[in-house]
Design a protein around this ligand. Structure first.
Ligand SMILES: *[C@@H]1O[C@H](CO)[C@@H](O)[C@H](O)[C@H]1NC(C)=O
Ligand SMILES: *[C@@H]1O[C@H](CO)[C@@H](O)[C@H](O)[C@H]1NC(C)=O
Ligand SMILES: *[C@@H]1O[C@H](CO)[C@@H](O)[C@H](O)[C@H]1NC(C)=O
Ligand SMILES: *[C@@H]1O[C@H](CO)[C@@H](O)[C@H](O)[C@H]1NC(C)=O
Ligand SMILES: *[C@@H]1O[C@H](CO)[C@@H](O)[C@H](O)[C@H]1NC(C)=O
Ligand SMILES: *[C@@H]1O[C@H](CO)[C@@H](O)[C@H](O)[C@H]1NC(C)=O
Ligand SMILES: *[C@@H]1O[C@H](CO)[C@@H](O)[C@H](O)[C@H]1NC(C)=O
Ligand SMILES: *[C@@H]1O[C@H](CO)[C@@H](O)[C@H](O)[C@H]1NC(C)=O
Ligand SMILES: *[C@@H]1O[C@H](CO)[C@@H](O)[C@H](O)[C@H]1NC(C)=O
Ligand SMILES: *[C@@H]1O[C@H](CO)[C@@H](O)[C@H](O)[C@H]1NC(C)=O
Ligand SMILES: *[C@@H]1O[C@H](CO)[C@@H](O)[C@H](O)[C@H]1NC(C)=O
Ligand SMILES: *[C@@H]1O[C@H](CO)[C@@H](O)[C@H](O)[C@H]1NC(C)=O
Ligand SMILES: [Cu+2]
Length: 585
């Protein structure tokens, strides 16, 4: 890591742009952050946790990566717009091919935003194996004043490798789609994190949720939290006792320290245990970290932790700069649910179709196919591609048909949170609660059996991923691709050679449609993993799922032999369902 450029600029109070260069050799490291289990994780330059990245607005951030793993990787700078450089965004299959082992790729980003962000692998479930770290973009002059700037990451921690967890999760033996439950929660990637407060000082605490799954409720005994930033968007200073962060969300608060050192205090990060299908008896969901005013005594203020009873509501925060939200030019209606599909696995999906990664990254298709790129078909039958016209104001309504709450992230943009309501978005505005000066952010929680209405300006040509940030659900298919202005993208930009070479190096096609072919011949593009249309309603299937599990135990041998043949597999699952549905089961 070459950190000198930033240190000099900040130290001397200079405002001229710097080129901040990090050399990241992505390597395996053995660590034991929860003091319970040593495991192999993915770190950088032989170290884990990852070094936090600090840059100033106006700087150019350069990350030279070398993949020293035996599996592919990629890096996504979460929340950065990547305007005019969509190839720097990082999601494999959308804007790039995975970086193969022993290969180098350089990410170069002109920093135009400020606030709290993070950088993480966007390949399979790899970020839950540790490849995730803070990315802080400093403003020239911060709006709010504080004495100290402190990063606080929260994350869930698994003892198993993500690839193993993923195999268990996306398996015919898991028809209910029960997610792997983490073994621990970590504050700052450690079970031993402690903070020190100096009386009278003010602290900006940048909370970054790097979880793969669990949501946390955060509070500090005896201290009010003044929210000033949400996902890089500044808010009017708003005092709360506690707040939640879903995976991938960030909130900055200003905390004013007490005037004396009589007591020490605990910071609380409580996992939202209602998300877990099972509650492991040895999991402590309530993580704490001491905040010491005086390390010479252990007198702690009484706990005021109310956990999930928090009344925090991010919709009612007000942006620092008032929102101006016109009526939409184009509207999109998305619903999502989970169900067993024809490959026998339980998958998440928008509009009844799971996302399947195309053979060619969507960006390569967009920039490489001339006029055909304006035809949504070239992006493949199951990339859930939606075409959006340049500068249109887009409305996306998302209805959650699932029993769980899910955090959704849009790449390349922040969206206004203009409305919400119970049940399904029918287009009847009187059934929604509307916000006249809405907040915007890049990751939003959508509660069970409710809908949200989001709006954004399609001013960033490129393919932008919209997906559940629970990594298990992303991998199972809960994703869509917003295809913004291929015509303008082609006029403005050319895919850098390095982003073609990285495909070739990994044995993947670098150009063509989703099938790696020319024209509209999409034969061979990933497809055919669909709902089983067998006369059962989605709800009926959900209710039946537990029963199927019993039946599956009996059917296991049949399914085992059917594994090699997707059609037989689907048949076996369907048979299992029928068995489960028979009156005597
Ligand atoms: C990356 O790190 C590994 C493990 O420490 C080391 O063996 C390898 O030589 C490094 N590679 C480069 C290109 O620095
Ligand atoms: C890849 O990166 C490593 C580490 O920065 C460097 O030593 C090596 O020379 C680079 N290889 C190529 C082909 O650029
Ligand atoms: C960054 O901005 C400079 C100056 O406008 C431009 O020359 C360069 O291509 C940009 N780089 C990236 C990666 O966007
Ligand atoms: C930042 O603040 C300094 C000191 O108040 C002022 O001189 C400078 O013009 C400000 N810069 C910007 C970009 O607002
Ligand atoms: C962290 O705390 C545990 C006890 O909770 C202790 O066993 C361990 O040694 C500590 N680790 C470090 C690095 O201080
Ligand atoms: C938490 O980790 C960040 C880096 O990720 C570091 O800057 C900060 O000082 C750490 N805080 C504590 C209290 O350890
Ligand atoms: C982080 O996000 C996960 C997933 O949504 C959630 O379960 C967890 O409670 C969050 N943690 C915090 C501290 O907000
Ligand atoms: C600390 O003392 C100062 C001066 O007496 C007062 O203005 C301030 O409100 C006090 N702060 C707190 C957190 O009690
Ligand atoms: C976690 O904390 C919450 C809020 O104080 C409490 O209701 C809950 O019982 C705690 N859970 C455990 C397992 O201690
Ligand atoms: C911003 O909106 C609020 C109402 O939400 C209003 O009171 C305030 O005057 C507006 N500020 C500006 C600068 O328009
Ligand atoms: C949705 O239901 C909740 C709880 O029943 C209620 O408080 C809320 O007002 C409802 N929202 C709308 C927009 O009707
Ligand atoms: C959105 O889709 C759902 C499910 O198909 C449907 O019930 C609803 O009426 C649609 N809403 C609009 C506004 O088209
Ligand atoms: Cu989800």
């Amino acid at each position: 890591m070459r950190f000198l450029a930033f240190a000099l600029a900040a130290g001397a109070g200079l405002t001229q742009a710097a080129r901040v260069i990090y050399d990241w050799n992505i390597t395996y490291v053995n660590v034991n952050p929860d003091n319970l289990f040593e495991r192999q994780v993915v770190g950088v330059n032989g170290k884990w946790p990852l070094p936090p990245i600090h840059v100033n607005i106006g700087d150019t951030l350069v990350i030279n990566t070398h993949n020293n793993l035996d599996i592919p990787t990629s890096l996504h700078s979460h929340g950065l717009f990547q305007n005019n450089t969509p190839w720097m965004d990082g999601p494999v299959g959308v804007t790039q091919c995975a970086i193969p082992p022993n290969y180098n790729l350089t990410y170069e980003i002109n920093i135009t935003q400020h606030g709290s962000y993070w950088i993480h692998s966007h390949y399979m479930g790899q970020y839950m194996d540790g490849l995730r770290g803070p990315l802080i973009l400093h403003n020239v002059n911060e709006t709010y004043k504080y004495d100290e700037d402190v990063i606080v990451t929260v994350s869930d921690w698994y003892h198993q490798q993500s690839s193993d967890n993923l195999n268990t999760f996306l398996s015919v033996y898991n028809p209910t789609g029960a997610e792997p439950v983490p073994q621990s929660g970590l504050i700052n990637d450690s079970a031993n994190t402690t903070f020190t407060f100096t009386p009278g000082r003010t602290y900006r605490l940048r909370f970054i949720n790097m979880s793969g799954f669990s949501t946390f409720y955060l509070s500090i005994d005896g201290h009010a939290l003044d929210i000033i930033e949400v996902d890089g968007v500044e808010t009017q200073r708003t005092t709360v006792d506690s707040f939640y962060l879903t995976a991938a969300q960030r909130i900055s608060v200003i905390v004013t320290a007490k005037n004396n050192t009589d007591l020490n205090y605990y910071m609380h990060a409580d996992m939202a245990v209602d998300m877990f299908d099972t509650m492991p008896p040895d999991l402590n969901p309530n993580i704490t970290a001491p905040i010491y005013y005086n390390t010479n005594h252990q007198n702690f203020a009484p706990s005021q932790d109310i956990g999930m009873a928090s009344t925090f509501d991010d919709f009612v925060l007000a942006p620092l700069v008032n929102a101006s939200v016109p009526e939409p030019d184009q509207s999109l209606n998305l619903t999502f649910n989970f169900d067993v599909t024809t490959d026998g696995t339980n998958r998440g999906m928008f509009n009844e179709l799971p996302y399947l990664q195309p053979k060619v990254p969507t960006l390569n298709t967009m920039l490489g196919m001339g006029n055909l790129s304006n035809n949504v078909d070239v992006y493949g039958p199951q990339t859930m591609a939606f075409m959006m016209k340049h500068l249109d104001f887009i409305e996306v309504a998302v209805s959650n048909f699932d029993a769980g709450n899910h955090p959704f992230h849009l790449h390349g943009h922040v969206f206004y949170m203009v409305g919400r309501g119970n049940g399904t978005w029918t287009g009847d505005r009187s059934q929604a609660e509307w916000f006249s000066n809405p907040m915007s952010r890049d990751t939003i929680l959508i509660n069970s059996l409710t809908f949200v209405v989001l709006r954004f300006r399609a001013d960033n040509p490129g393919p932008w991923f919209f997906h559940c940030h629970i990594d298990w659900h992303l991998e199972s298919g809960l994703a869509a691709t917003f295809i913004v202005a291929p015509d303008v993208a082609q006029q403005r930009m050319t895919l850098p050679q390095a982003f073609k070479d990285v495909c070739t190096a990994g044995g993947n096609p670098a150009e063509g449609n989703a099938a790696g072919k020319q024209g509209l011949d999409l034969s061979g593009a990933p497809s055919g993993v669909t709902l089983i249309y067998d006369g059962f309603t989605a709800k009926g299937k959900g209710a039946m799922a537990a029963c199927i599990l019993c039946a599956l135990i009996g059917m296991a041998s049949i399914i085992f032999y059917a594994l090699s043949d997707p059609e037989k597999k689907a048949r076996a699952i369907a048979d299992a369902k029928l068995a489960a549905d028979s009156p005597d089961s």
